[in-house]
Design a protein around this ligand. Structure first.
Ligand code: ZN
Length: 113
């Protein structure tokens, strides 16, 4: 039910933005989803349609932008790409990694009227 809560959060953000920026309809939403956020795109789309029904974003298009995961490797002293939590560093095999990107869940862009 992760995706349902996420869509409720998006709707809240849209309603706030609508007040601030004075728009009445949302046509498209670009959502940045980090590769580590464990969000199912299919479930997200389904919940998005359900939650947006009867709101300012009813029938709007959901564009999912996947953000690749990156971690800081202490031994390498640099950023490396990872696919999931607890992955080893692809360069040195170390597990001393700190995730720096890939957990985001945010609205990147809106198409409004
Ligand atoms: Zn490393």
């Amino acid at each position: 039910m992760h995706e349902l809560a996420l869509c409720e959060g998006v709707l809240q953000a849209l309603e706030e933005q609508a007040k601030i920026q004075h728009f009445a309809r949302v046509h498209a939403v670009w959502l940045e989803i980090g590769a580590l956020s464990s969000v199912e795109p299919e479930a997200l789309r389904f919940n998005f349609d359900v939650i947006m029904h009867g709101t300012l974003a009813e029938g709007s298009r959901l564009e999912i932008v996947t953000v690749p995961a990156q971690a800081w490797c202490l031994p390498c002293g640099g950023k490396v790409s990872i696919r999931q939590y607890f992955d080893a560093c692809p360069r040195c095999g170390s597990h001393q990694l700190q995730v720096v990107e890939g957990e985001e869940l945010r609205i990147q862009q809106l198409e409004v009227e």
